[in-house]
Design a protein around this ligand. Structure first.
Ligand code: UDX
Length: 446
């Protein structure tokens, strides 16, 4: 019989993982400590915007018309422990306020709450991004707490999903990494992931610390790629080059590759910024701080993008922001997401506001979340409404609908036709033809 699966924590990662496991044919019980979240999920709804996720939920959540009934949610650890053979831990590990290190309290609480109920053979599988060494510590804790003794084991199986592509990335991952300490654990994980493995996804069994590190190292590498091209954007601005053409030419070298070489206002979100900081903190604890000292530079280059964008806006508006109307297109940290955690777009909008500009933001999905962070900013229901009377328009999150904007139509409502493309994804020729000055980061201004 197929193993039964529980998923502990139903945020981005957990809700998607639970839905994907049900889609693959497993019986799944999702657990969250928030009754509100559980109630929402039981109606087939998610607390966040993630393309395709609600469709899968509705196909499987028990009690919904026409559903497979394979997926349900609870707040009870006792129920989860009685139900599952494999327990995925998907809770978040945010940055601790005022520190680089990540906050492990949610992972620790999940293990402390689950383990005492594990009375029969069970595999606890960590998916959260954690400092290397956590898995070994948690394995010891499970051994101490679980009534099943050695029959309750721990494995580590990092998740690489991207927001906006969460469903696709979960159902069709690039690779499956499994940190295991027994053949039984490896066999069980191979069974859970039989569908993607049969579809050709590589399955890499490793020890626990390597599995934890794959995730941290991948995010450090991706951040480095983005900050590298953003550093080149700084050089291009100083030397009069064009970073978009530079990236294109670099990307043709297979060893470098084209992806993650988009220069702009930098990276944000709930993962990359906090993960590189947590990596630095953990390396320090391990006495290996020097090995990742470069990540401090990666972080600084990234944060400089935001300040630089504010300066470019000031310059674009004639040297002062005071009383200037600025339309900001985009608040989410990236398109197809309503997530504003450490969003460069929202941070820049906030800085402009604090420096005296009258900022109006439009984002197709993230307005509500943005309003919670910056209630004093203005929010519009469309790009056109945001641009009314603006002295400058900032393109800060590359939603598809912004690429499809007609510059001539937008030009009719603004006060002055100044555009700053913070993502380098709009067509400069099109905007110039419609009478706009087009500025970008790392490209010549015309
Ligand atoms: C990231 C990792 O990609 C994923 O594997 C991991 O599991 C979680 O962290 P995510 O945070 O969803 O995923 O977003 P991602 O698509 O990686 O983008 C991160 C940030 O980098 C965004 O702010 C994006 O705008 C920025 N970015 C990305 C660039 O500025 N330039 C690029 O070329 C690519």
């Amino acid at each position: 019989m197929s193993p039964k699966i529980t998923v502990i924590g139903t945020g981005y990662l957990g809700a998607t993982h639970a839905a994907a496991m049900a889609e693959l044919g497993f019986e799944v019980l999702g657990l969250d400590i928030s009754e509100e979240k559980v109630a929402l999920l039981r109606r087939g709804r998610t607390p966040m915007y993630e393309p395709g996720l609600e469709d899968i939920l509705r196909r499987h959540v028990a009690g919904l018309p026409g559903s497979s009934g394979r997926l349900d949610f609870t707040t009870s650890y006792a129920e989860a422990a009685a139900f599952g053979d494999v327990h995925f831990i998907c809770v978040n590990t945010p940055q601790r306020p005022g520190e680089y290190a990540c906050d492990m309290s949610f992972v620790d609480a999940a293990v402390e709450s689950l383990a005492p109920h594990l009375a029969r053979p069970a595999l606890v599988v960590g998916k959260s991004t954690v400092p290397v060494g956590s898995a070994a510590r948690l394995a010891r804790r499970i051994a101490e707490l679980a009534p099943a003794g050695e029959d309750a084991e721990l494995a580590w199986n990092p998740e690489f999903l991207r927001e906006g592509f969460a469903v696709e990335d979960t159902l069709h991952p690039d690779r499956i990494v499994a940190g295991v300490t027994s053949e039984r654990a490896e066999a069980l994980l191979r069974e859970v992931y039989a569908a993607p493995i049969d579809g050709g996804t590589p399955f890499l069994a490793t020890d626990l610390p390597t599995a934890e590190l794959v995730k941290t190292a991948a995010n450090a590498f991706l951040s480095t790629k983005i900050s590298f091209i953003n550093a080149m954007a700084e050089i291009c601005e100083a030397a009069g080059g064009d970073v978009v053409r530079l990236a294109e030419a670099l990307g043709h070298d297979d060893r470098i590759g084209r992806k993650f070489l988009r220069a702009g206002i930098g990276f944000g979100g709930g993962c990359l910024p906090k993960d590189i900081r947590a990596f630095m903190a953990r390396a320090g604890e391990l006495g290996a701080a020097e090995a990742v000292a470069f990540l401090r530079e990666i972080d600084s280059i990234n944060m400089r993008r935001r300040v630089h964008t504010v300066e470019l806006t000031r310059e674009m508006l004639g040297g002062s922001l005071l009383g200037k109307r600025v339309a900001v297109l985009g608040a989410a940290f990236k398109p197809d997401s309503d997530d504003v955690r450490d969003s460069p777009a929202l941070n820049i909008a906030g800085q402009l506001h604090l420096q005296g500009a009258e900022v109006t933001i439009y984002d197709p999905k993230a307005t509500e979340n943005a309003r919670r962070v910056f209630p004093t900013l203005r929010y519009a229901g469309s790009a056109r409404e945001a641009a009314e009377g603006a002295h400058g328009v900032l393109h800060l999150t590359e939603w598809r609908e912004f690429r499809e904007l007609d510059p001539a139509v937008l030009g009719e409502v603004v006060s002055e036709r100044h555009l700053l493309d913070g993502r380098n994804t709009l067509d400069p020729a099109l905007w110039r033809k419609a009478g706009w000055t087009y500025r970008a980061l790392g490209r010549p201004t015309v």
